[in-house]
Design a protein around this ligand. Structure first.
Ligand code: UDP
Ligand code: MG
Length: 324
């Protein structure tokens, strides 16, 4: 690990025309100061990934690259594939060109001053450095409540996940190369990176407010993201259904004995309400079980198709790929 390590900062962008001018300015400053301090090599780049936005995002990125090819690089996806896939597209482009890769959001909610500490940690021998949010004061109550609840549920389900860590992280080239070996379609990077292993540490930072534009994660995407995260990593939900099934079955045996006794006691019509109740209950449980099983079958279906997770339309980068 020399001081001429090439750093790539990978930034997925979806409809970020409002933030890109400022983000690119601040990231460039950061990159320059890191190069001056000798922490990273001159080949370092800021790599913007346009996640299929149809606004000015890609024109802005290509203009940045035209003007300063030794600072800015770009990847353009053929269509919107979501944050995780856009990030992966960026990482897979960077892995052949960089020694260190840091991923962060385009809205600068992740404090870019934490980059220094991340690179120091890398030089101290850590392959993965997780950026962890110390506070969430800038988030709305709803966002904070749902996000923290999500991390707690994930941990309760036994998923190895770093609390309050999003996708602001540093990875060494060898950690990234290992990450690329994971071929799943339902990609949930936060859960996979800990599976890669290698020495890791955390750096805490305060999460700021998005300084322009609005969140690209509406509730619908948040729920889809959480459901994907849970079903991609844990079979506990399906086990819960199994236990519920066993429990209900035991209850129904007792109900059966009760029904027989009632019948012989000549009070059978009074069993109507309990009969109705159990029909409804069993019907509900069966539907729920089917839904969860279906979720897993859907995953198997997607994985067996082995479709490409993204298609890169063009790459702008003056460095070219490095070998070895
Ligand atoms: N993003 C993306 N594709 C999408 C949605 C979001 O690449 O379909 C990017 C977005 O441009 C940003 C990052 O993912 O850089 C995080 O999104 P955002 O800041 O809107 O989410 P929040 O911070 O509100 O959770
Ligand atoms: Mg944000």
């Amino acid at each position: 690990m020399g001081n001429a390590d090439t750093l790539y900062i990978v930034v997925p962008c979806y409809k970020e025309q409002e933030v890109l001018p400022e983000t690119s300015r601040r990231l460039k400053e950061k990159l320059k100061s890191l190069i001056e301090k000798g922490k990273i090599g001159a080949g370092s780049r800021i790599l913007f990934v346009n996640d299929g936005s149809k606004d000015e995002t890609w024109p802005i990125i290509s203009r940045l690259h035209e003007r300063e090819p030794d600072v800015f690089s770009g990847v353009n996806l053929s269509r919107n594939r979501g944050h995780q896939n856009a990030l992966l597209a960026g990482l897979s482009t960077a892995v052949t060109r960089a020694d260190i890769v840091i991923s962060m959001d385009a809205d600068l909610q992740d404090d870019i001053n934490a980059v220094d500490a991340m690179i120091d940690a890398y030089h101290n021998g850590f392959d993965v450095v997780y950026g962890v949010r110390s506070k969430r004061e800038s988030d709305t109550f709803f966002k904070r409540f749902t996000a923290e609840g999500f991390y707690k549920i994930m941990q309760a389900l036994g998923v190895d996940i770093v609390f309050n860590h999003a996708d602001y992280r540093l990875m060494s080239r060898r950690a990234l190369e290992a990450l690329m070996e994971f071929g799943e379609v339902n990609l949930f990077l936060r859960g996979i990176v800990p599976q890669v292993g290698f020495p890791s540490t955390t750096v805490t930072y305060e999460r700021a407010e998005r300084f322009a534009g609005e969140s690209k994660y509406p509730l619908k995407k948040m729920i889809a993201f959480a459901a994907d995260g849970i079903t991609s990593f844990s079979v506990k939900p399906i086990r819960l259904v199994l236990f519920a099934g066993i429990f209900i079955f035991l209850c129904s045996l007792i109900m059966f004995i009760y029904a027989v006794i009632t019948k012989f006691a000549g009070r059978s019509t009074s069993g109507w309400s309990s009969l109705m109740a159990s029909i409804w209950m069993l019907g509900g449980i069966q539907l729920l079980a089917l839904g969860i099983v279906g979720e897993y079958i859907g995953k198997i279906y997607n994985e067996t198709k082995r479709r490409p997770r993204f298609i890169i339309e063009s790459v702008l980068d003056s460095n070219g790929e490095k070998n070895g």
